[in-house]
Design a protein around this ligand. Structure first.
Ligand SMILES: C[S@@+](CC[C@H](N)C(=O)[O-])C[C@H]1O[C@@H](n2cnc3c(N)ncnc32)[C@H](O)[C@@H]1O
Length: 232
């Protein structure tokens, strides 16, 4: 299906309609999941901690341009907007019209302060090096490998040299983690690409030949979650 908003168009990727319609693709899904307590439960009580780690990695007082790649349920985007000074600009891009609409509703009067765009993370329309920083919050584990590679390549393309790409996502927990087996079962039945992030470091999907100054990696909650800060 091809959707249009303004001058941007985006086709809904097949993996998303096949695998994640129940979570993101319908107004019913949005009504169910757009609850802070539920997204926190899905992350075993770690939503606020991971959100705040991502925000701290992006910076406390943000000027310049920030791109959030994909909508996130809960209050991540309002908090990210609040971190921007008057000289800052936040843009958010998502491929699903229902998510774009939900974000507008969630931001209410502040929606006019955010550039909310319909578009695909794997083929973004933004100019190269046009953002000071970008955020990928639990997007990569939902994407098949070829799309994940393109998303990372696009994210690094749009961030300027010296800028930051911050990634928060799943990671392989320690061997004796009590959630190791349950999470393996949940992810393998509901999220068919997620276990790739247990098997490999995210760096294996970075585009070859794109220079990065540094990659700082941290894990949380017994290794189940990771934060990567890539300085372009
Ligand atoms: C960021 S991920 C998961 C976030 C987290 N699980 C949460 O609580 O919302 C979910 C979002 O990614 C979006 N998405 C998935 N594939 C995309 C793509 N190729 N381009 C842009 N957005 C995409 C979905 O439409 C959805 O809004």
């Amino acid at each position: 299906m091809k959707m249009k908003t303004g001058d941007l168009t985006a086709s809904i990727p097949k993996y998303l309609s096949d695998t994640y319609a129940w979570a993101y693709g319908t107004p019913e899904a949005v009504r169910l999941f757009e609850r802070q307590w539920l997204v926190n439960l899905i992350l075993w009580g770690n939503f606020a901690r991971l959100r705040d780690k991502a925000l701290a990695a992006l910076g406390e007082r943000l000027s310049g341009k920030t791109l959030q790649i994909a909508c996130v349920y809960g209050d991540l985007t309002p908090k990210l907007l609040a971190a921007h000074t008057d000289a800052g600009q936040l843009d958010v891009v998502d491929v699903l019209p229902v998510q774009v609409l939900n974000l507008r509703n969630k931001l209410g009067a502040n929606a006019s302060r955010v550039g909310i765009h319909l578009g695909n993370s794997a083929a973004m329309v933004y100019e190269s090096a046009s953002y000071d920083r970008a955020l990928l919050f639990f997007l990569l584990h939902e994407q098949p490998e070829d799309v994940r590679r393109k998303t990372l390549s696009e994210a690094l393309r749009v961030v300027r040299p010296g800028g930051k790409l911050v990634i928060v996502d799943y990671h392989r927990p320690h061997g004796f983690h009590p959630l190791n087996l349950p999470m393996r079962a949940v992810l393998s039945s509901l999220e068919p690409f997620a276990l790739d992030l247990w098997a490999h470091d995210l760096a294996v999907w970075l585009p070859p030949g794109v220079p990065v100054q540094s990659i700082d990696a941290q894990t949380f909650f017994g290794g189940l979650y990771q934060l990567l800060v890539i300085t372009r």
